[in-house]
Design a protein around this ligand. Structure first.
Ligand code: FAD
Length: 422
C-alpha cells in the first residue's frame, strides 16, 4: 500500500486538511495502521524518555519509544513491562491503541490496565491530559481506539518489578484439548505466563494436541546491563529473500508440526531461558515474513467465551480439513480482568491465533466460515491482525463501536475505519 508519511519531530499535528493516522512501528498485520487516502504520522522520532521513578517503576516517555528501548533502559534497574506482546518492536502509542495483550492476561489484564495517563493531541488544537480521573471517557476510548481519537504524544506507564533477566520455563506436551483445558486452569494459579502451541493439522483423537508453555520470572538476581540486553536482542538471522510460495504446503506443515510436537522427548521439561528468547522468538529473525513468499500471509486471531471448547474443536476441525493451516497456532486462555477500552479486544475466553499462507480465495472463504462461527459464539476477531472482516461482524464483535464513534477525531481515519464505513 502506497501511503504518504509525515515524520513528527515535535509533538504537534501538521497543518493540513488531509485525513491523519498515527503510525508506530507498523507491526499491526492488517490495515488498521494504514491510511492510503490521507497521511500517516510517523511517531518513531518522538522517542524521548521524560521521567522515571525508579522506586515506584513509573515511566513517562514519548509515544514513539519502543518496548525494546524501555526494556533496555528499565530492566537493568529491576523493572520489566507489565504486559508485552510477542514482539518488542512496537511503540508505546501502538501498544495503547491496540490495547495489546500478552501471555499474562489472566494475572495482569492488557496494556491499558498499566497506563496511568497520556496526552492526546486533537485536530481542533486541543492537547488533553487523559486518565481515570481526567477526560475519563476519552481515556477509555483511546485505549484500544485504533489511533482514531487523536495522537498520543506521551504516556505514563506502570512497570513490574523483577529481579532477573531470566525466566523459569516449563514445557509440557498435551494430547488433546481436554488436557489443554486442565493444564491451563491449573497453571493459571501458579504461573504468571501461560500459552500453548497447537498442531492445527492434527485430527481425530489428536485434535488440539500441542505443547503447553508456562513461566515465571526467575528469582536468581541476574540483571544484565543495557548493552548486554541490547546485544542479546540483535536480530541474529535474516531471511535474505522471499521463499517460493509453494515451499509452505500441507506436506511441509505436517512435517514441521509433527517434529515440533515431538521436539522434547520427555512429557514435562523445566528450563531457564533468557527473557528475550522466551517472549520474542520471532524478533530474532529479521524479515521473518518472507518465509511465506511474495504472496504473504494472513493472521486470524479470535477469542470466544471460555466454556466454549466445542467452538475451538469445530475451528480446529475446519482448519485441519481445509489443509490451509499454518505452523503457528497459539492458544491462550484470557482471564476475568475486564478491558478498559471501548474497542479493546481482550475479554474472558479462549483466544486462538493462526497464520495462514495467502492462497487467495480459498483462504478468504475459510475466514468467512470462521467469522460465522465466532459471531455465533459471541466472540471477537482482533482488528490489529485483520484486513478483511466485514462491518456486520465488526459490530457484533465490538458492540460499543457506535458509542466509540462519538470520541473519534473528525480528521483521523484509517483504511480499516474506511472499510468499516463508520
Ligand atoms: C511478531 C508479532 C507478535 C505480536 N504479538 C502480539 C501479541 O502477543 N499480542 C498483541 O496484542 N499483539 C501482538 N502483535 C501485534 C502488535 O503488538 C500490535 O499490532 C501493536 O499495536 C503494534 O504497534 P506499533 O507500534 O507497530 O503500531 P502500528 O502497527 O504502527 O499502529 C497500530 C495502531 O496504533 C495506532 N497508533 C500508533 N501510534 C499511536 C500514537 N502515538 N497515538 C495514537 N495512536 C497510535 C495506529 O494508528 C494504529 O491504529 C504482534 C505483532 C507481531 C509482528
Amino acid at each position: 500500500v502506497q501511503q504518504q508519511a509525515v515524520t513528527l519531530h515535535k509533538a504537534r499535528l501538521p497543518q493540513t486538511d488531509q485525513a491523519l493516522l498515527p503510525y508506530g512501528l507498523g507491526r499491526s498485520y492488517g490495515d488498521s495502521c494504514l491510511n492510503a487516502e490521507g497521511i500517516v504520522l510517523a511517531t518513531r522520532e518522538l522517542n524521548n524518555f521524560i521521567s522515571f521513578d525508579v522506586e515506584a517503576g513509573i515511566l513517562r516517555c514519548q509515544a514513539g519509544v519502543s518496548l525494546a528501548e524501555i526494556i533496555q533502559f528499565c530492566l537493568p534497574k529491576g523493572w520489566f513491562l507489565s504486559v508485552t506482546p510477542g514482539t518488542k518492536f512496537v511503540t508505546v502509542g501502538g501498544a495503547i491503541a491496540n490495547d495489546v495483550h500478552g501471555k499474562n492476561h489472566h494475572v495482569d489484564g492488557s496494556f491499558g490496565h498499566h497506563v496511568k495517563q497520556f496526552e492526546l493531541l486533537r485536530s481542533d488544537g486541543q492537547s488533553l491530559l487523559c486518565s481515570e480521573e481526567t477526560n475519563t471517557d476519552l481515556f477509555h476510548a483511546t485505549i484500544g481506539g485504533l489511533g482514531l481519537t487523536g495522537l498520543i504524544s506521551w504516556a505514563e506507564i506502570q512497570l513490574k518489578p523483577v529481579n532477573s533477566v531470566n525466566m523459569a520455563v516449563e514445557t509440557i506436551r498435551f494430547s488433546n484439548l481436554q488436557e489443554f483445558k486442565l493444564l491451563s486452569s491449573e497453571s493459571a494459579k501458579t504461573h504468571m505466563y501461560t500459552v500453548a502451541w497447537v498442531d492445527c493439522l492434527a485430527k481425530g483423537a489428536s485434535l488440539g494436541r500441542g505443547i503447553f508453555i508456562r513461566a515465571n520470572h526467575a528469582n536468581d538476581g541476574i540483571l544484565s546491563s543495557s548493552s548486554e540486553i541490547y546485544k542479546q536482542s540483535l536480530q541474529k538471522i535474516v531471511m535474505p529473500f522471499d521463499l517460493p510460495s509453494r515451499s509452505i504446503n500441507t506436506w511441509t506443515l505436517h512435517c514441521f508440526n509433527a517434529l515440533y510436537y515431538r521436539k522434547q522427548l520427555k512429557k514435562h521439561v523445566c528450563t531457564g531461558q533468557h527473557f528475550d528468547a522466551y517472549f520474542y522468538p520471532l524478533d530474532a529473525i529479521a524479515k521473518w515474513n518472507r518465509m511465506y513468499g511474495k504472496k504473504g500471509f494472513f493472521q486470524y486471531q479470535f477469542v470466544v467465551p471460555a466454556d466454549d471448547y466445542q467452538v475451538i474443536s469445530l475451528v480446529f476441525k475446519l482448519i485441519a480439513d481445509s489443509g490451509l493451516g499454518s505452523f503457528l497456532a497459539v492458544l491462550k486462555e484470557f482471564g476475568e480482568i475486564k478491558s478498559l477500552g471501548l474497542l479493546s479486544f481482550p475479554r474472558k475466553g479462549i483466544c486462538l491465533a493462526l497464520d495462514f499462507p495467502n492462497r487467495g480465495k480459498q483462504t478468504l472463504d475459510l475466514f468467512d466460515k470462521l467469522d460465522a462461527i465466532v459471531v455465533e459464539a459471541n466472540g471477537a476477531v482482533y482488528p490489529a491482525k485483520d484486513a478483511r472482516m466485514a462491518k456486520a461482524s465488526f459490530l457484533s464483535y465490538f458492540p460499543r463501536a457506535e458509542e466509540f464513534r462519538a470520541y473519534t477525531d473528525p480528521q483521523f481515519s484509517s483504511n480499516f475505519w474506511q472499510r468499516m464505513q463508520l
